[in-house]
Design a protein around this ligand. Structure first.
Ligand code: THG
Length: 660
């Protein structure tokens, strides 16, 4: 992506603007300023540049319908009614030294504007906000100090993870909003003050679609809000947020704004400095709000804020510095004096990544590079889960699966969602790091069940999820229901390339890891060499779609040893050997097995032993994760040595076993 903004960001610290709302309030506006009359001279002038006639028609229609009614307090409307006031605020921040100004479009979301019955104005307001900011930025730009417009939209009033708006609602509205921003001349797209990672995900998907629709590329920025509690509003840790964001290469800067001042933000900024592969943005409030006469006031002085930013820049590699609530042009001037133009010298992860891989471009990932990610793993709405579990393996709970559990199946049939949630909580309690979720049940609607179940699991389950389905539509529905970064289970080449390509495109679009099964057009690969060959094809394909190697889990599959079938007696050996080959040649690629498959058809006590033994040897060969019933896995020292030996003989097809 060629972008002057990114070139400048790569070179030096850039300064953002400060609060918009309070500056507008200070302009002494009256209810009359919030009346949309038929198009103002400003918007008429812009009308000629418009490409989309339908939208200007909706503007006319709204003006007629409102018929002089004041939408007092709808600051976004000022972009149409008092553009010069909005422009004045931008100018004051540009004068103070801001490199970037953010559009006056915080509430430009259909259901927020809907409170004023102007939900159809998302595009028009976004367009106007960007045009106003563009004009001011251009007026202040010099070749030494170009100024940039960030087309920013806030979080809205509804939480997707709580079901108050759907993924589609957000995606549709942000598509219109971002399209307006792009056509109005924005240099970057931003979603800010966000509280819900599922909403963030929907807005990133929307930004991507808007950029594609406008046939252009702009950097996407994301900023989350960490509350005083130390998490986002719904309980998301900063690591969950960063891990999810990093699954989207188009997000080129990530950071924080609002809720607290710099002191309270420091722990999160440190975390980002240590882990983020993307430049870090920080826009704190001017301290914590203090209530005075029923009003929130912010007391941090401009100089203090500037000093905090200097520390953030020097210690944690913060690259975009600005202010949120309570900050004024004086604050931005102080920030500009303290850090403006500062080179990136900190010992921060993203700076190291940039220096180590000079060609590394976030918009064209290079999975063959050793991974620059510090957070290698997946996430839920709440937490980050590393793939590497130190002394353990990544434990994927098997029981939240309609194919794998009678209890699950019965509760699904009864639509006992609370019971299904309780079952998932039990697996969490048993130590599962991830849950494999499958709602495929004959006679029921798999997609609908997946949506409903995930609306519960997203909110109530702390660990990340694995989406287990063979249906493309079910997978996409699931990806729209879970915050954080899930794993999709699975792809294979049974029916050739088409379905696999579709699923990989979805993993890219929604930010997910993926399981690849060693199955091709000839069926399930049997020998270790065949399994390895299909694995190489899976690796090539996931790389082609820009997924890093660590986000692919190769499943080298095994047949049951429980049938006694001559043909399958060496099946486990082939599975284990293929894992060892992959470990050797693709050390970053993960591996997974549905361990219980190995013992289908055997008695429960023997199954437990055989599963545990098989898992043990697969792990010795390098297996990194497994779908298991965690509480039923026994370590070697908990199994009688005679029994252990018998089970090992079965795994390795030692004929002594058969003859005994
Ligand atoms: N690879 C990948 N995904 C998979 C599998 C795999 N997903 C499904 C399955 N295989 C792994 N999950 C299970 C879950 C349960 C059982 C086996 C594998 C199981 N269940 C008991 C049975 O069927 O006898 C039922 C127990 C009950 O009803 O409570 O064995 O290989 N990528």
């Amino acid at each position: 992506m060629k972008s002057l903004l990114l070139d400048c960001l790569a070179d030096r610290v850039l300064v953002y603007d400060g609060a918009m709302g309070t500056q507008l309030q200070a302009a002494g506006l009256t209810p009359d300023d919030f009346v949309l009359r038929s198009p103002s001279p400003f918007s008429l002038r812009r009308e000629v540049e418009r490409t989309d006639v339908g939208d200007s028609a909706s503007l006319q229609a709204v003006a007629m319908r409102l018929n002089g009614i004041s939408l007092d307090g709808c600051n976004e409307l000022l972009c149409l009614t008092r553009p010069e006031v909005v422009a004045g605020v931008h100018a004051s921040y540009l004068e103070a030294g801001a490199d970037l100004i953010e559009t006056n479009a915080f509430g430009t979301i259909s259901y927020v504007l809907g409170e004023y019955e102007i939900s159809e104005l998302v595009y028009d307001l976004a367009l106007a906000s960007a045009q106003i900011a563009r004009e001011q930025a251009d007026l202040f730009s010099t070749s030494n100090k170009p100024r940039f417009v960030v087309g920013g939209i806030g979080p809205g009033t509804r939480l997707v993870s709580l079901g108050q708006a759907s993924f589609q609602d957000v995606e549709t509205s942000f598509f219109d909003g971002f399209r307006g921003m792009i056509e109005g001349g924005a240099d970057a797209l931003l979603v800010e003050t966000t509280q819900d990672l599922l909403m963030v995900k929907a807005s990133i998907v929307a930004a991507e679609r808007a950029l594609a629709a406008c046939q252009t590329r702009l950097p996407i920025f994301v900023q989350v809000t960490m509350e005083q509690t130390g998490t986002m509003l719904l309980g998301s840790e900063i690591g969950a947020a960063l891990n999810m964001i990093e699954a989207f290469p188009s997000v080129v800067a990530f950071g924080l704004n609002c809720a607290t001042g710099p002191v309270e933000m420091a722990q999160h900024v440190r975390f980002l400095g240590q882990n983020s592969t993307r430049p870090i943005a920080v826009q704190p409030n001017a301290g914590l709000p203090i209530m005075e006469k029923g009003q929130a006031v912010y007391k941090l002085s401009p100089e203090e804020l500037g000093q905090h930013h200097l520390e953030f820049v020097e210690k944690y590699g913060v690259a975009l510095c600005g202010g949120c609530c309570g900050t004024t042009p004086a604050h931005i001037k102080a920030i500009s004096d303290a850090v403006g133009g500062h080179k990136h010298t900190a010992d921060a992860h993203w700076i190291k990544v940039r220096n180590t891989y000079p060609g590394f471009d976030f918009s064209t990932p290079a999975p063959e590079l050793p991974t620059p990610n510090s957070l290698v793993g997946i996430s839920s709405l709440y937490q980050f889960q590393p793939y590497d579990q130190d002394t353990s393996f990544l434990i994927i709970g098997e029981k939240t699966n309609a194919n794998g559990s009678k209890a699950f199946r019965e509760m699904l049939a009864a639509e006992n969602w609370e019971g299904l949630t309780e079952l998932a909580r039990e697996l969490e309690g048993e130590g599962s790091h991830v849950l494999d979720v499958c709602t495929a049940y004959v006679g029921r609607n798999e997609e609908k069940d997946m949506r409903t179940l995930l609306s519960y699991y997203n909110r109530h389950i702390q660990v990340p999820l694995m989406i287990d389905s063979t249906e493309v539509n079910v997978i996409e529905a699931a990806l729209q229901m879970v915050a954080g970064k899930p794993i999709v289970n699975s792809i294979n080449f049974e029916d050739g390339e088409e379905r696999t390509r579709k699923v990989l495109a979805l993993c890219r679009k929604y930010g997910a890891a993926v399981v690849g099964l060693t199955i091709d057009e000839k069926g399930m690969a049997k020998s270790a060499d065949e399994k390895y060959a299909v694995a190489e094809r899976l690796i090539a394909r996931t790389r082609e779609f820009g997924l890093p190697d660590h986000d692919l889990f190769i499943d080298t599959l095994t047949f049951t040893l429980g049938s006694g079938d001559e043909e399958f007696r060496t099946s486990a050996i082939a599975t284990i050997d293929a894992i060892a080959m992959l470990k050797k040649h693709y050390p970053n690629v993960n591996t997974v097995l549905g361990v219980s498959n190995v013992s289908f058809g055997l008695k429960p006590a023997l199954r437990q032993v055989l599963n545990s033994t098989f898992l043990h040897f697969a792990r010795e060969a390098g297996l990194t994760s497994a779908i298991v019933h965690a509480s039923k896995i026994l370590p070697e020292n908990k199994i009688e040595s005679e029994v252990w030996k018998l089970a090992s003989d079965l795994v390795f097809d030692r004929r002594a076993f058969a003859e005994a």
